[in-house]
Design a protein around this ligand. Structure first.
Ligand SMILES: Nc1ncnc2c1ncn2[C@@H]1O[C@H](COP(=O)(O)OP(=O)(O)O)[C@@H](O)[C@H]1O
Ligand SMILES: [Mg+2]
Length: 237
């Protein structure tokens, strides 16, 4: 359903991705594991339309979405939970969630908005208690739930997450991954980039390992989790 073909990307001084091929099955949890600087965020930026690939393509349901730009990629049903969460700190939880639903709110589609809001608050009931609180005052785990909730407000078919476990306690990380698995079981396609290989692969169906902008390994998550090379990538090679 989501396919990355021969993906190359650059920040202007030569490519940092050197021809990646990824297949992310519908309703699966797929993981991209790699150390700091391996190219994970660059993959996420090119899929979500924040960056244009220098070569190759991103196909969603058979259609080339590369170079469309971030807003149109959201309209095509892909939503990014960015690295470091990037919640709007001075805005309330409710306002952050509204931002994720802009495409429905500008059309005054309040039915869709209310439905997505109910869905998000059922998934993360903690957010319900904090709707009027400034996002910047939430704990790290709550901010991550908010960042995921904000992305879900656009009613995506594909959820892209850039290092969702970063800086969070293991128990919170487990809760977040369990929520992602539950979403995938409802046929949402989940694609996660992580350094935290073990817990990610334990919740994923399929995994890829990236090193210096190239894939070095791929396979079923349950097989990769035991692989010494995965542990090496996690530790930084
Ligand atoms: N804004 C940027 N400008 C220039 N180089 C960048 C920028 N962002 C990332 N890079 C470089 O691209 C490579 C991949 O980075 P990134 O995708 O952020 O890796 P990861 O997310 O796996 O830590 C690294 O060599 C990094 O230094
Ligand atoms: Mg990154």
């Amino acid at each position: 359903m989501l396919e990355v073909r021969d993906l190359h990307a650059s920040y202007g001084h030569g490519d940092v991705l050197h021809g990646l091929n990824l297949h992310i099955g519908e309703g699966s949890v797929t993981a991209l594991i790699g150390a700091n600087g391996a190219g994970k965020s660059t993959v996420m930026r090119t899929i979500s339309g924040l960056m244009k690939p220098t070569r190759g393509a991103v196909l969603h349901m058979g259609q080339d979405i590369s170079g469309l730009g971030a807003e149109r990629v959201v309209r095509r049903g892909l939503a990014l939970v960015p690295e470091g969460r990037k919640v709007f700190a001075p805005l309330t939880v409710a306002e952050n969630l509204e931002m994720g639903a802009f495409q429905y709110l500008i059309k005054r589609d309040t039915t869709r908005y209310q439905a997505q809001l109910a869905f998000v608050l059922e998934l993360f009931p903690k957010l319900k208690e904090r709707m009027d609180q400034a996002a910047g005052t939430l704990s790290g785990g709550e901010q991550q739930m908010l960042a995921i909730g904000r992305a879900l407000m656009s009613a995506p078919k594909v959820l892209l997450l850039d290092e969702p476990s970063m800086g969070l306690a293991p128990l919170i990380v487990k809760q977040i991954f369990e929520a992602l698995v539950a979403l995938a079981s409802q046929n949402l396609t989940v694609f996660i980039c992580e350094q935290n290989s073990e817990i990610t692969l334990r919740h994923a169906d399929y995994g890829y390992v990236i090193e210096s902008g190239r894939l070095v390994l791929s396979g079923k998550a349950e097989e990769l989790v035991a692989d010494a090379r995965v542990k090496e990538a996690y530790l930084g090679g």
